[in-house]
Ligand binder design. Sequence first.
Ligand code: ADP
Ligand code: MG
Length: 729
Amino acid sequence: MANFRFAALRKTLDRQPLPINYPSDKASDYYGSMTFNRSVMKEYLTGESFKGVVQAMDKGVRIDRNITDQIASAMKAWAMNKGVTHYTHWFHPLTGSTAEKHDAFISPIEKGKAIEEFQGNALIQQEPDASSFPNGGIRSTFEARGYTAWDPTSPAFIIQNTLCIPTIFVSYTGESLDYKTPLLKSMQALDIATVDVCKMFDKDIEKVYPNLGWEQEYFLVDTALYLARPDLVLTGKTVFGHSSAKDQQLSDHYFGTIHNRVLAFMQDLEIESHMLGIPLKTRHNEVAPSQFECAPVFEETNIAVDHNQLLMHLMDVVARRHHFNVLLHEKPYDAVNGSGKHNNWSMSTDTGVNLLSPGKNPQENFRFITILANILKAVHDNEELMRASIASAGNDLRLGANEAPPAIISVFVGDQITATLEKIENMPSAGNLDTTTEKDITIDIPKIPEILFDNTDRNRTSPFAFTGNKFEFRAVGSAANTAKPMFVLNTIMADQLSKFKVDVDTLIEKGLKKKDAMFDVAKRYIIESKSIRFEGNSYSKEWEKEAARRGLSNNRTTPEALGAFVSEKSIDLFERHNVMTKTELEARYSIKLEKYTKKIQIESRTMSDLATNHILPTAINYQNRLIENTKGLKEVLDSKSFVKLSKNQLNTIKDISNHISEIKEYVEQMTEARKKANKLDGDLEKAMAYKDIIKDFFEIIRYHADKLEILVDDEMWPLPKYRELLFIK
Ligand code: ADP
Ligand code: MG
């Protein structure tokens, strides 16, 4: 039998790397050439329109309808020069990926002719038939109107002859149905609250915006092998597979020399990314075999999120060109590391200051400490919400599994900052000093020691770690839309900083000087948030115990974690800052639960199928061969020798029989359990049943299937094995 697995293997072994496509131009020559960026706008727009767009981009000023026709026609002219024929509103529906519906520029005119047309109305608003996007019950199908509206802060771009216009996606009744809307709103809330606090330090600061620098981890697998693994195709991960004798134990892949075929892919990806203005800068091998990472230079969050969504799409397209498939799943293979997407987050001002940079002088350090105290307090008060923001079925498999932080949120700041915070805790509060007699002993800001930035101080196990001038949210999953953790982080910071302002003003009213009041409030926050700080090994069992003692949450799974989105406290928080309404939050909650259920359901069905029609028939065939062989032995051997020599073989037959029967039994039970779970009412009940009952079968079924993989003749095994999938030929 021409085994599918061997056919696939032969194909991958024959692959030659595609040549590395060095373009003749320098990267700086083609960088951004496929984006309608500022310099292109300047060239194509009149002075008035250009000013209008720039004000919208920088200051959030609404674009006058009068100039949108002009902008649209400039966009069309630019795009047509590049061979573009279609345009689309490009948005992030709640499926987690991106959506586009292409319309041609072409518009018929009289006498059977046509012209290319693209007007202001088509640029700023569209009404896609949105009935099939998840909406969590916000709209019923018969009134499934949804609008997309242009986001001028993110440049339009060209991909495969189509002009893509970044948009938000909202329902007819105004509720957001996407990831971008709450992100933009959270950025506005953060801006308002942070500028208020920044003005205490510097009157010139008018705008604050958050930055994001993501690091995207991923696996590559040869397309031929990928297609021979129905589980990879259907679920993005392997549901079966015995571990390879060698995988990552020698740490010989991490930062190793990049395989030619992979390098050609990476080069191609970089060129395409650079043309789209995605500032990719870093590429390297990751820990697991055939696992890699790329990272851009950080950008303003909205752009960075769009760029990450775009990159994930590009990766897929470019990889196929190189006969690879990209696996963005958080845990495609058991037994080796999974993939994450570190989110490096900071806040900048329009005066060019990174608010997360420790300063060079006491004044700047005081500002840093103030911001830090607020971050610590915000994370401390909202740790469950942060956990919820990164929850997904895939990420559940990675969190706490030795290559990623646990589901417990904590903050790492490093020795030096810890020492500084401890010093502050022990300093007297200004409010406690008798300011009439001890005027000069009011808090002496220079007493705060200078914080030297020490780059070597790293803790790779912390879910939220300070790394010099930014926080790294490490618990984010590789497939996630980063808008989610980012709008949560922005909103909790906005909330915290506005509370800070109120707390400081209250003390000022009581007669404290501004600086003293600020110090006292910051100090109080540092003390109150102490339990969120953890400098040790977050992967350890001890930390789990310690965290429980400290009262920190440990919501291991998505259905448990998601509840934090719809608690009264969260609804209040998001509504207070005009980021999301109760209806929107509840809709998202139900969409996320449903997605979880469906993911586990698909995994479970895939497992049943593969077990029943791939693995069991193969095992039975092999078992029959052994039985035939044993019968033959009995014919040719005398009975004494037979008893002695057939013992091992008979044991193998028994082992195989046992695994076959266990698999059969558990697959049947799992199918029955699925039927029951599907009949349950309520999103949460269903998700919990899938988590507690269905998922429980996975391990045991897999155990027996993986045992069969190492017992059955290699040549008969139908699925590519880990040792084949994990190593690029
Ligand atoms: P590491 O793997 O050591 O964390 P990388 O160089 O892979 O470091 O990634 C660092 C990421 O952090 C990059 O995306 C980088 O642009 C980003 N980054 C650097 N400084 C900042 C900052 N001030 N704000 C946000 N992101 C930042
Ligand atoms: Mg990192």
